[in-house]
Ligand binder design. Structure first.
Ligand code: SR1
Ligand code: MG
Length: 419
């Protein structure tokens, strides 16, 4: 079987790059491999809609008489801010490279039909029959398979891209490749670990939250712990992370038997600490819980330990059956192999709890908040949810080591938020 990592992966140039528009997309895309055949009919009659609602990119859905596809194109700037914040379109290359690896290692990602490198354009499966999980959560839909599917996805994607699975020289080549995605890492470094703790103009929080934000910034233990997390993020290149695994990076088909779950948008992919992806998902489930009350809150919070349990179970299976790398080798560990597994899972879990807190705080205080909270009106009602959520964030960041587990962190969430 060919391994996707054996391919010729080098960041392309983007000569001739031009953003697509609804009026020009059909004619431009019709010339690309496989597009005309997939959609059928006359490109002039294809339905083209720009549907991007994320922070960075253009997303088009094209429909013809025989089929449809999704075309995602990177813009040379941050969409939610505008041309004043330039951002390299090379992120589409890293997203394509990450999707190829995740498809091989873990599945549960959209099928990619073609990457047009010069145009920073990824043509992939149209998931219009799915919706973004965040929106479904806000409406109270319960996708019971999402948390376990995501736990398993993370275990497979992270384990199989690490030194536990890959040969050392391959893992180093991979880490070097994704180090090229530094501009996207820098966004995370600033927006998660730095800006919320300073009076940065990009911060964006609900008026009335000033005393809580001031309290956060005055808390030396919080600041020290968050800088420790930033150090971990920048220096601990364990595995190929998704890098932005929030509930807006997950698509779900209608809830119920046979529901389908896909992970999208790995444009922030890079080699970092495994607990970061786990913590990102936890944070967004806790924010979902914070935004709700009663049963809805309890359900959202309960998804965090469900995701962790699935992660830990699958990681343990892979540890026992697929440890082909040169890290934690059986010939050294022998009968201590299970102890080493337990130690690694405990460390990933502790990191995840800390990262979850940092990710919660950035979504409340910094740029790019979450619709779960931002959609709550009036502002007083929103503040009543954001204040305990920010307190919980601080507790997770500062007490990650003492809490030690996703289960304990979820209990803390129940205590602080009330459930
Ligand atoms: C400037 S980009 C803001 C945020 O959008 C993405 O989803 C990432 O979370 C990033 O931090
Ligand atoms: Mg995204």
């Amino acid at each position: 079987m060919t391994d996707v990592r054996d391919g010729d992966w080098a960041e392309p140039d983007h000569a001739g790059y031009a953003p697509l528009e609804e009026g020009t997309a059909a004619a431009r895309l019709a010339a690309l491999p496989g597009v005309a055949g997939r959609l059928g009919g006359d490109p002039g009659e294809w339905e083209v809609r720009e549907v991007g609602d994320g922070n960075l990119n253009l997303v088009f859905i094209l429909r013809g008489p025989e089929g449809s596809l999704c075309a995602k194109q990177a813009l040379p700037y941050v969409r939610i801010v505008g041309e004043g914040w330039p951002l390299p379109v090379s992120r589409a290359f890293y997203e394509g490279a990450a999707l190829a690896r995740q498809a091989q290692d873990a599945g549960a990602v959209p099928e990619v039909f073609h990457v047009e490198h010069a145009q920073a354009l990824i043509l992939m499966e149209d998931l219009s029959s799915h919706r973004v999980w965040r929106g479904a959560l806000i409406e109270g839909a319960r996708h019971e398979s999402a948390a376990p599917v995501l736990g398993r996805f993370m275990a497979e994607a992270l384990f199989r891209s690490s030194d536990l699975s890959l040969a050392p020289e391959v893992r180093k080549r991979e880490a070097a490749l994704f180090a090229g995605n530094g501009a996207l890492c820098r966004i995370s470094e600033d927006l998660i670990f730095t800006d919320p703790y300073t009076d940065h103009p990009m911060n964006d929080f609900t008026p009335g939250l000033e005393p809580d934000v001031a309290g956060m910034r005055a808390d030396a233990a919080w600041r020290v712990a968050v800088q420790e997390l930033k150090w971990l993020f920048t220096t601990h290149g364990e595995a190929l992370l998704h890098g932005d695994l929030h509930t807006g990076s997950v698509m779900v088909s209608p809830a119920g038997p046979g529901e389908d779950v896909r992970v999208i948008d790995p444009e922030f992919a890079f080699y970092g600490p495994m607990g970061f992806d786990v913590g990102a998902l936890m944070a967004n489930l806790f924010l979902s819980g914070a935004s709700k009350e009663g049963e809805g809150r309890a359900w959202s919070l309960a998804q965090a330990p469900r995701a962790w349990d699935a992660f830990a179970a699958r990681f343990a299976e892979l540890w026992r059956s697929e440890r082909r790398g040169e890290a934690h080798v059986e010939r050294v560990l022998g009968e201590a192999s299970e102890d080493a597994l337990a130690a690694m899972l405990a460390r990933i879990e502790r990191d995840a709890v800390g990262f979850a807190g940092a990710k919660m705080a950035r979504r409340i205080v910094g740029l790019a908040g979450v619709a779960d909270l931002q959609s709550i009106e009036p502002a007083e009602a929103r503040l009543a949810k954001e204040r305990p959520a920010l307190r919980l964030a601080g507790h997770l960041v500062k007490e990650a080591g003492a809490l030690g587990s996703v289960a304990a962190a979820t209990e803390a969430a129940r205590d602080v938020l009330g459930a």
